[in-house]
Design a protein around this ligand. Sequence first.
Ligand SMILES: Nc1ncnc2c1ncn2[C@@H]1O[C@H](COP(=O)(O)OP(=O)(O)O)[C@@H](O)[C@H]1O
Ligand SMILES: [Mg+2]
Length: 149
Amino acid sequence: MTSLRLATVGDTQAFGARLAGLLRPGDLVVLSGPLGAGKTALVQGIGAGLGVEGRIASPTFVIARVHPGPLPLVHVDAYRLGSLAEVDDLDLDVDAADVVTVVEWGAGLVDQLASERLEIAIDRSADSDERELTVVPHGPEWTERIASL
Ligand SMILES: Nc1ncnc2c1ncn2[C@@H]1O[C@H](COP(=O)(O)OP(=O)(O)O)[C@@H](O)[C@H]1O
Ligand SMILES: [Mg+2]
């Protein structure tokens, strides 16, 4: 487990861009934290680091969006989903093995489906913009990979 303190939204996005350098096809990253924690900001950094197309936003009605690129990004907001299995029903026209999938609000939904995943929990304090990110690798490979973060 690794904890980081990120003072500004720019710091959170920069961390996402750094994380993008570790990502490979088939990866699953699960982000948890309350509304406004900075989950989407982190995905924006990941998308910038991957060099994908399209604006990364908090989808209000869209559950998942595919961002094409050298390594495509599938950005899922699982808030309304009962389980990640429903993501398969969305007919995204991509193979999860070929893309990086980042899920917001997914903690607790995916445990039974993917044993290899990176979880990032974001906490915010009431009196400052600082966010505390807790990075938890699941699976031996992730443990090794985040050692360089
Ligand atoms: N250190 C920080 N990291 C991330 N976001 C921050 C930070 N400080 C302020 N913010 C602001 O908090 C909000 C986070 O929103 P968003 O990323 O949409 O959250 P979520 O997707 O978790 O609901 C943005 O308005 C962003 O500018
Ligand atoms: Mg969001």
